[in-house]
Design a protein around this ligand. Structure first.
Ligand SMILES: [Zn+2]
Length: 83
């Protein structure tokens, strides 16, 4: 398992599988990967109004992800859920 140490997010301390390591963080409309299993949707308040956040869990490595669908924020997208 290889982890890209150039990443500047907390995920670099976690054990990601290869497809999870390739997810582009905090970028709107970045794709996930085929082994992410979709979980619950929830609404989160933002300055621009409520947005939908979808929880995903990776079937391969067990990482938990949130995907924020926020049209007003180009930097919204995938983020790692730390437990
Ligand atoms: Zn994974």
């Amino acid at each position: 398992m290889t982890i890209d140490m150039n990443r500047t997010d907390p995920s670099k301390t976690m054990a990601f599988c290869e497809p999870c390591s390739g997810i582009q963080l905090n970028w709107r409309r970045a794709p996930g990967h085929a082994e992410l299993v979709q979980g619950a949707n929830r609404k989160e308040p933002r300055d621009s109004g409520p947005v939908t956040v979808t929880r995903y869990r990776c079937d391969r490595c067990g990482s938990t992800w949130d995907y924020e669908n926020n049209k007003a924020n180009q930097r919204a997208g995938w983020s790692v859920v730390t437990r």
